[in-house]
Every structure is written in C-alpha cells, then in structure tokens.
Design a protein around this ligand. Structure first.
Ligand code: SF4
Ligand code: SF4
Length: 109
C-alpha cells in the first residue's frame, strides 16, 4: 500500500494519526523535514497552505492543533486499508493506492 498526504491541504489536525491502528502517520512541525516521505512532488510542502482548506479550518476549535505541523505518511506499507483516516481527514488530503493500483481518496463529512 502507498499512502500520501497532500501537504498544502493538510491542516495538521492529528486526526489521521489518532485513528490509524498501525501508525502510518507521523506529525512533523512545519519547520521540520516535512517532505521526507515518498509523496509525489505536487504534494510536497513548499510553505503555502491551500487557501480553501485554510479558510475552513484555521480557526477551528476542536481540541486539536492546526497549522503548526503536517502529517507525513512514513509507514504506508503497514496500511491495512481500514479507511478510518480517509473518513477523518478534514483536509481531504490523503491518497491511498493499493497493490492493484486502485486509488482511495479521503472525503470529510
Ligand atoms: S486506511 Fe491505512 S493509513 Fe488510513 S487509518 Fe487505516 S491503516 Fe491507517
Ligand atoms: S487528518 Fe488530514 S488534515 Fe488532519 S493531519 Fe491528517 S492528513 Fe492532515
């Protein structure tokens, strides 16, 4: 399984790390080595947040930190495709590609 986080859309809310049963995600401060995973170039953090997602969540009061960190999928090979992160990702920025090249995308409700 390959797991990628689109970093400009990631709010750093922690939800993915909280729900993942196999520790695929690591939260890294935005000043740290946020692009040290194998996510495609267009998903790399270049210091600019997605404006649409930012407007929705910059001031969210949900008990989680926002915009001081980014989620990095450091252990995608452990993913069991439980889909918990796909439901909980408020930035809708997680992509999972299974061994048959089927792509799964997060949709936040
Ligand atoms: S789908 Fe994979 S990465 Fe997402 S929470 Fe489940 S095991 Fe973790
Ligand atoms: S749930 Fe989505 S938006 Fe929140 S930290 Fe994880 S990848 Fe980022």
């Amino acid at each position: 399984m390959q797991v990628y986080v689109d970093k400009p859309k990631c709010t750093g809310c922690d939800h993915c790390k909280d729900v993942c049963p196999v520790a695929v995600f690591e939260m890294i401060p935005i000043t740290g080595d946020v692009n040290r995973d194998t996510a495609p170039e267009e998903m790399h953090w270049k210091g600019v947040n997605d404006p649409v997602v930012h407007e929705k969540f910059a001031n969210a009061q949900d008990g989680h930190t926002h915009y001081t960190q980014k989620s990095v999928a450091v252990n995608g090979s452990a993913c069991i495709l439980c889909q918990a992160c796909l439901i909980e990702c408020e930035g809708e920025c997680i992509t999972i590609i299974d061994d048959n090249a089927v792509k799964y995308q997060s949709i936040y409700k």
